[in-house]
Design a protein around this ligand. Structure first.
Ligand code: HH2
Length: 269
């Protein structure tokens, strides 16, 4: 997967009972498989599997429970999908097993700050890592998020996460960064990050964004989760114009079509 030529699409499948976006839909591995194959057909460049919800207020689950949800789906998908698999986890035990099963990317919402062993394990495996920024933890992050300057503060934190990755031996070419929309951010913070997104490219890593179905977009018009496609796609295009390389989305087809237009305008496609 070559980043930088066209915007890449990461299709999201949450194997959880309680994800804010698709909770309960994909607990059955057969249903998860159908959804993943469909996302691949619709043009997803990779599929991100998550087995613990990180929605605001979520308490989290232990690694055994997370693995028990993840492994049946991962084992089923790994031999059947042509596109690479990513696993959304910050837990060493989960990442360790997922890498053994062929995961190509670990998507860490804590930006390698929660576990020292994780970075080394990723480095040994030859997989890539997505370093996301989060202030606090999912349980507390939306209580009173504060920044001096949200763009500069998040940028500095991501720079630090990238140093952790490189010090552990993960090559530059296998590192992605993500400002973490909705993770310890008010709506104003999220919009400042979106309009200031081009700042992040200067760190020298491809930029991943997760805007799909997020509350700060729906809240503009009081839209429930099922009606946030248009606002998600619009925000995604703004992110592409701001330099994003990869979109983490629940609705692959719509984002693929929109990004084709945005890429053409950016002369990337
Ligand atoms: N957002 C969510 C989860 N993981 N990873 C990255 N890199 N960037 C994001 O913005 C991001 C993420 C939250 O969305 P979702 O997975 O749909 O919900 P939940 O955390 O409730 O499972």
């Amino acid at each position: 997967m070559r980043l930088g030529l066209e915007t890449k699409i990461m299709g999201v499948i949450n194997i959880t009972p309680d994800s804010f976006s698709d909770g309960g839909k994909f607990l059955d591995p057969a249903r998860a498989e159908v959804a993943a194959l469909r996302m691949q057909d619709e043009g997803a460049h990779l599929i991100d599997l998550g087995a613990e919800s990180s929605r605001p207020g979520a308490a989290g689950v232990g690694w055994r429970e997370e693995l028990a949800r993840l492994l049946p789906v991962l084992k089923r998908l790994a031999p059947r999908l042509k596109v690479p698999l990513s696993v959304d986890t910050y837990k060493y035990e989960v990442a360790h097993a997922a890498l053994d099963e062929g995961a190509s990317l670990i998507n860490d919402i804590t930006g390698l700050r929660s576990n020292k062993r994780l970075a080394k394990r990723i480095a040994q495996s030859g997989a890539s890592v997505a370093l996301m920024h989060m202030q606090g933890t999912p349980r507390t992050m939306q209580k009173a998020p504060r920044y001096r300057n949200v763009v500069q503060d998040v940028k500095a934190a991501l720079k630090h996460s990238a140093i952790l990755a490189r010090d552990a031996g993960i090559p530059v070419s296998r590192i992605l960064i993500d400002p973490g929309f909705g993770f310890g951010k008010t709506a104003e913070h999220n919009f400042s990050l979106l309009s200031g997104l081009d700042e992040f490219s200067s760190l020298g890593y491809p930029v991943l964004v997760g805007l799909s179905r997020k509350s700060f977009l729906g809240d503009l018009l009081g839209l429930p989760i099922g009606q946030r496609l248009n606002v998600s796609v619009t925000a995604a295009c703004a992110a592409i114009f701001g330099g994003a390389h990869l979109l983490r989305v629940h609705d692959v087809l719509a984002h693929r079509q929109a990004s084709a237009v945005a890429d053409r305008l950016m002369m990337r496609g």
